[in-house]
Design a protein around this ligand. Structure first.
Ligand SMILES: NC(=O)c1ccc[n+]([C@@H]2O[C@H](COP(=O)([O-])OP(=O)(O)OC[C@H]3O[C@@H](n4cnc5c(N)ncnc54)[C@H](OP(=O)(O)O)[C@@H]3O)[C@@H](O)[C@H]2O)c1
Length: 335
């Protein structure tokens, strides 16, 4: 039997996600790869998708988009990406229904896992590193990025935020990290002693960001929160600056008067990995996957695991995945 995580309607993920049993998949066909999974990550975006699902599905909707595992079989005559072989470790993304003991997937979504990476890092090797690559490319379009311009990012202690910081240390653009609590700031200071970090719970935090920027213009801001925090970032940005919004954590909208955009010539940009997938050329996707893999190898210590759960503890896993103060990604071991 195969055990798979599904939901039939939207709602609180802990309430609507269930584990079903179904027959094991048949042998892969041409163009397909059969994978026995060993771990999958519970990303906040996976849970947002479940919560936002509208109506009642005619049949169970499989959950998850990323998983790691071992190749069990390759369909006859199938061309596979470099390094992918029967018995080898791989990670897949995008794979709708990745939260499953067995996955049959298109060969082109399978990426070989380097020997140097543990299963814990392998389970997070694509979504967050690809998001980091996508965000950096967005920043690089600003002429001041990598020159005198300063990058500010909120939710800097998140799994994505730590990779953005790690990548910035490799490539050296000036960065100021922003988190909501002094506790989160202390954690980040210990981890990245050379990167300034400011906590929004302190009054006057925006002035602290300017002081940390040390006279440099704040040219680009990465923000997965939205709402009032994004409004503060628009105030912080120098003329010509760009706010890159990539998450929906705040419930309230971003209220911005046109004069703010017009007088400062600001750019407001939304980015998400789903669009990257549908819009990027095959060559661009391949080169971004290679960049994501390099990031995973260079920053393997930044792929913290908050906790690992079994499939029978799914409710605990999804609750933990959105717990304030959590450091790292929640993983599920499906066997
Ligand atoms: N657009 C895309 O394609 C894409 C791809 C990947 C991820 N994302 C988004 O990126 C964000 C981070 O993902 P992740 O997996 O790295 O998350 P994560 O590791 O679970 O971290 C979430 C972070 O958000 C912070 N946070 C939560 N609520 C907040 C609030 N109201 N105000 C300020 N900070 C708050 C938490 O801070 P504390 O430590 O203080 O709790 C924590 O640092 C998520 O919103 C996710 O949906 C988007």
């Amino acid at each position: 039997m195969n055990r798979r995580v599904v939901h039939a309607r939207g709602g609180l993920p802990g309430d609507v996600l269930t584990v079903i049993e179904e027959p094991e998949p048949a042998a892969p066909e041409r163009g397909q790869v059969l994978i026995r999974t060993t771990a999958f990550p519970v990303h906040p975006g996976d849970l947002q998708a479940v919560a936002a699902f509208r109506g009642k599905a005619a049949k169970p909707v499989p959950a998850g988009v990323e998983a790691t595992g071992v190749v069990e079989a390759i369909g006859p005559g199938t061309r596979v990406p470099p390094g992918v072989e029967v018995g080898g470790r791989v990670t897949v993304f995008p794979q709708p229904g990745a939260w499953s003991q067995w996955i049959v997937t298109d060969a082109e979504t399978v990426v070989a896992v380097p020997d140097e990476l543990s299963d814990e890092v392998a389970a997070q090797m694509l979504v967050n590193p690809l998001t980091t690559v996508m965000l950096r490319r967005e920043a690089e379009e600003h002429p001041a990025f990598g020159y005198d311009g300063c990058l500010v990012q909120t939710a800097a202690g998140s799994s994505v935020g730590r990779l953005v910081t790690g990548a910035s240390r490799l490539h050296k653009p000036a960065l100021v990290n922003v988190v909501r609590s002094e506790r989160g700031a202390a954690e980040l200071r210990e981890r990245f002693p050379d990167v300034p970090v400011v906590a929004t719970e302190r009054p006057g935090w925006a002035d602290e960001v300017h002081r940390a920027a040390d006279g440099r213009p704040v040219s680009v801001a990465f923000d997965p929160i939205g709402g009032k925090l994004a409004e503060s970032l628009l105030d912080l940005l120098a003329p010509g600056g760009k706010l890159v919004s990539y998450g929906l954590i705040a419930a309230e909208p971003i209220a911005v008067h046109a004069s703010t955009l017009v007088h400062k010539s600001l750019t407001l940009r939304g980015k998400n990995i789903g669009r990257w997938l549908s819009e990027a050329s095959a060559e661009r996707r391949a080169s971004d996957v290679a960049a994501a893999k390099l990031l995973a190898l260079a920053l393997k210590d930044q792929f913290d695991v908050a906790a690992t759960y079994g499939l029978g503890e799914l409710r605990d896993a999804v609750e933990h995945a959105v717990r304030p103060g959590k450091v790292g990604t929640v993983l599920v071991r499906p066997w």
